[in-house]
Ligand binder design. Structure first.
Ligand SMILES: *Cc1c(COP(=O)(O)O)cnc(C)c1O
Length: 457
């Protein structure tokens, strides 16, 4: 039992929660009316609620607990570090062993041209850092007119003003004033937007919307293109094979920096260290966060390729940017312990060749379900599209009723699966056993049956 709070009833916690706690991405009125689900402990790939329900966590917390819960080695690494040196800053030419060790380790894991890292506390801060660093780069290069970022509709790059401006979520954009220098182009979402085109042709067309936008804005004004290798929060959108090579060609042609947001794809989700490695693209910058510490400590950062680092490091003048917790020692210790386990237990190999294949094969069997239009995925991330017409790929209604029903049916069945509109998404811990993979797919089918019944189909 905790030393800092006492055991209470669910009702008591829910009432305190409703009274005082403003949650992220939450309808506060709804929170007060329905009461929060309170998670009290976790073990392996399971979470437990205050009511004692055991739920298989198909989302790895929030795409971050890639090794599942109960990782004692990470706990020990963090605890030891907190005893030795709980905090010191990295400003003004200071450093400490965990941040130095981690930066060197990350450079070893990333592609050969990625040799530097800037630490932050989160993915949003990492993307804000990308904006600051890209603008600084072009200023130092003597091209200060290059300020524009191009991103995609329905992208997610975090929730700070920078991150949310880079993102392409309409629901977020309508609630604040965006940065004026971010523009958005098509997303490679074949199921939703591909119409009658075949996937590869559609992938090319979506990528070419970048070139059209560059020419419209003026190539000498565009600083960078940013994209998630696989869009996560937007609905696990795995682009057609033609997409990323065409994006690379366009960025190279116009000399535009390429940024792959690795906050979800990084650290094993696709069976590679980074999503860029899976797709064979060569980014200049890679923001990361989430899985780097297995969710045990908040940490993010930006991997910086030689093209940008070379300019930043060879020209004088301070880069006037940083966070108090940039390179926090305990967070870096958690990351080092996480990477050690990923390497020692050959987790990436298993995602690439063994259990990742098994998971995708078993999920693919759900495609025969009457309300499923497509199952897609890579490694340990996947999406299940709900539809009322498999051929036309149409939705049951405009209010995403099917997705909401399915999410609730999943919880009832003891499985966390997230709904993005009528797209069900999962990103389970990479360490799940074969039996747990079977359990996930069985529970998903049960939830799909319940959803179908409740839709009256
Ligand atoms: C979650 C996420 C972010 C934001 O990370 P935070 O740690 O929540 O700030 C940025 N980019 C992508 C792709 C993400 O999934």
């Amino acid at each position: 039992m905790s030393q800092v709070y006492k055991q209470r009833s669910t009702a008591e916690w829910q009432s305190m929660d409703a009274g005082h706690y403003l949650h992220p991405f939450t309808d506060f009125a709804d929170q007060m009316e329905r009461g929060s689900r309170i998670i009290t402990k976790a073990e392996g790939p399971y979470i437990y609620t205050s009511e004692g329900q055991k739920i298989l966590d198909g989302m790895s917390g929030l795409w971050c607990c890639n090794l599942g819960y109960g990782q004692e080695e990470i706990v020990s690494a963090v605890t030891e570090q907190l005893r030795e040196l709980p905090f010191y800053n990295s400003f003004f030419q200071c450093a400490h062993p965990p941040s130095i060790e981690l930066s060197t380790k990350l450079a070893e894991l990333a592609a050969p041209h990625m040799n530097n890292v800037f630490f932050t506390g989160s993915g949003s801060e990492a993307n804000d850092t990308v904006i600051r660093m890209v603008h600084r780069y072009w200023d130092l290069k003597g091209e200060p007119d290059r300020k524009i970022f191009i991103s995609r509709h329905n992208a997610y790059h975090g929730s700070t003003i920078g991150g949310a401006s880079l993102g392409g979520m309409g629901g977020m954009h309508s609630q604040f004033t965006r940065l004026p220098y971010v523009h958005h182009v098509d997303q490679p979402y074949w199921f939703g937007e591909g119409g009658d085109m075949d996937k590869d042709a559609f992938g090319l067309k979506a990528a070419q919307s970048l070139e059209t936008k560059i020419l419209e804005l003026g190539a000498d004004k565009v600083a960078a293109f940013i994209g998630e290798p696989i869009q996560g929060a937007g609905g696990v959108i795995v682009p057609p094979a033609t997409y990323w090579p065409e994006i690379q060609r366009i960025c190279d042609k116009y000399g535009i920096l390429l940024v792959t947001d690795e906050v979800i794809c990084g650290f094993g989700r696709t069976g590679h260290w980074f999503g860029a490695d899976y797709f064979g693209v060569k980014p200049d910058l890679m923001p990361f966060a989430k899985g780097v510490t297995n969710g045990y400590q908040p940490l993010g950062g930006v991997m910086v390729g030689d093209r940008v680092a070379g300019v930043l490091k060879s020209q004088g003048g301070e880069f006037a940017h940083g966070y108090t917790y940039s390179g926090h020692p305990a967070a870096c210790a958690a990351a080092l312990a996480t990477i050690k386990i990923l390497e020692r237990d050959k987790v990436l190999e298993s995602v690439r060749e063994g259990k990742g294949k098994l998971l995708q094969d078993k999920l693919a069997t759900l495609a025969d379900h009457p309300i499923v239009g497509e199952v897609r995925g890579v490694g340990f991330v996947a999406a299940i599209e709900l539809t009322n017409d498999k051929q036309a790929r149409t939705r049951f209604d405009d209010n995403c009723t099917a997705g909401a029903l399915c999410r609730a049916a999943c919880i009832e069945s003891g499985l966390v699966m997230r709904a993005v509109g009528d797209t069900m998404i999962i990103a389970p811990p990479l360490t799940m056993t074969e039996a747990q993979i079977d359990e996930l797919v069985t529970k998903a089918r049960k939830a799909l049956d319940l959803t179908q019944q409740r839709l009256g189909k």
